[in-house]
Design a protein around this ligand. Structure first.
Ligand SMILES: NC(=O)c1ccc[n+]([C@@H]2O[C@H](COP(=O)([O-])OP(=O)(O)OC[C@H]3O[C@@H](n4cnc5c(N)ncnc54)[C@H](OP(=O)(O)O)[C@@H]3O)[C@@H](O)[C@H]2O)c1
Length: 277
C-alpha cells in the first residue's frame, strides 16, 4: 500500500490524520534544557514532539508549548503508554496522567512504548527491578486486550491516532488481524546498519507508518536542531540509496540494549530475535 506524503512535510496515516515527517525527541531531556530545545525546534519549523510517560518530562513539553504560544492544532504531540501499564485497565488512567502533565486535552498519537509488560509498583517506578537487579516483567501481557483499551481511548477523543513502538512484525500481524482500528505507527530503531527490511515490507503491505529512532547515531549527545530542520530540503540519488542498502547488518546492529537484557528476554513478547542471555 503506497504511503501518501503531503506537501513534502507530512505523511498520511492509515486513519486519515496527517503526521509531520520531522520531529524533536525528548528522551533523556531534563526539564529546563528540554523545554528550551522544544521552543527552539518549534521556532525552526519542527511540528512533531515525541515524548513518553517514562521520559518523566511531559511537564517540560507542556511548558514549551505554552511558551511557544502557537496554535495547538498546528503541532503534533506523541506520547507513550509506559510498560508498567500494559495490563489491569491502566491505559486510560495513564493517558489522563500524561495529558494533565502536558496540559493538553488530547494527544495526536498515543503509542504502546514496548511490547513487554512490566509489573506495576507505583506511578513513578517505570522500570521496576527485583533484588537481583532483574526487571520485574509481567507475564500476563495480552496485546489483544491491551489494543481494545487503546481503541477505547481513541474513541473517547483522548488520542487522535494510536500505535505501537518496538513491536515485531509477528506482533503487528496479530493486532492487524483483530483490530477495529489498526495501529497507525510503529516507532522503532532503524538506521543504515539496521534497516528493518522485513518491517519495511510489512509497512508497505499494510500502510503502517514507521518512525525511526537511532537514525543518525547513538543517543545521549547534543542535538543539532537548526541543521536538522533542513532535512526535507534535499534527497539522495537512487545510486546513493543502493549503496546505503548494502550496509544493512540486520539484528546484529541493534544498539538499544534495553530490549536485549535485564530480564526483558524472559518475557514471551520480547521482540528481539536473538536475545543476549
Ligand atoms: N520508542 C522508543 O523506545 C525510543 C527509543 C529511543 C528514542 N526514541 C525517541 O527518538 C528520539 C530521538 O532519539 P535518537 O536516539 O534517534 O536521537 P538522539 O538521542 O537525538 O541522538 C541523535 C544522534 O544523531 C547524531 N546526529 C544528529 N543530527 C546529526 C547530523 N545532522 N549529523 C550527524 N549526526 C547527527 C547526534 O550526534 P551528535 O551528538 O554528534 O550531535 C546523536 O548521536 C528520542 O528523543 C525519543 O523521543 C524512542
Amino acid at each position: 500500500m503506497a504511503r501518501t506524503i503531503v506537501n513534502g512535510t507530512h505523511v498520511k496515516l492509515n486513519d486519515g490524520h496527517l503526521m509531520p515527517l520531522l520531529g524533536i525527541g525528548c528522551w533523556q531531556g531534563e526539564h529546563k534544557p528540554m523545554s528550551e530545545a522544544i521552543v527552539l525546534a518549534l521556532n525552526n519549523g519542527y511540528r512533531l514532539i515525541d515524548t513518553a510517560y517514562s521520559y518523566m518530562n511531559e511537564e517540560a513539553v507542556g511548558e514549551a508549548i505554552r511558551r511557544w504560544g502557537g496554535d495547538r492544532k498546528d503541532i503534533f504531540v506523541t506520547t507513550k503508554l509506559p510498560t508498567i501499564a500494559l495490563g489491569g485497565g491502566r491505559v486510560e488512567p495513564f493517558l489522563r496522567k500524561s495529558l494533565k502533565k502536558l496540559g493538553l486535552d488530547y494527544v495526536d498519537l498515543y503509542l504502546i512504548h514496548a511490547p513487554v509488560g512490566l509489573q506495576y509498583v507505583d506511578d513513578e517506578t517505570v522500570f521496576p527491578f527485583d533484588k537481583d537487579g532483574k526487571l520485574m516483567v509481567d507475564y500476563s501481557t495480552n496485546h489483544v486486550a491491551l489494543w481494545r483499551e487503546m481503541e477505547a481511548v481513541r474513541e473517547a477523543g483522548l488520542a487522535r491516532s494510536i500505535g505501537v513502538s518496538n513491536f515485531s512484525t509477528a506482533q503487528l500481524r496479530r493486532l492487524f488481524a483483530v483490530a477495529k482500528v489498526p495501529p497507525a505507527v510503529n516507532q522503532l530503531e532503524m538506521h543504515v546498519e539496521f534497516q528493518q527490511t522485513e518491517m519495511q515490507a510489512y509497512s508497505r503491505e499494510t500502510g503502517l507508518v514507521l518512525t525511526s529512532y537511532g537514525t543518525l547515531g547513538s543517543p545521549g549527545r547534543r542535538a543539532r536542531i537548526q541543521e536538522n530542520s533542513q532535512v526535507l530540503d534535499w534527497s539522495l540519488s537512487e545510486e546513493a540509496m543502493a549503496a546505503l542498502r548494502t550496509l544493512d547488518r540486520g539484528e546484529e546492529a541493534r544498539s538499544f540494549n534495553f530490549l536485549k537484557n535485564r530480564g526483558f528476554e524472559l518475557h514471551p513478547e520480547c521482540p528481539v530475535n536473538r536475545p543476549v542471555l
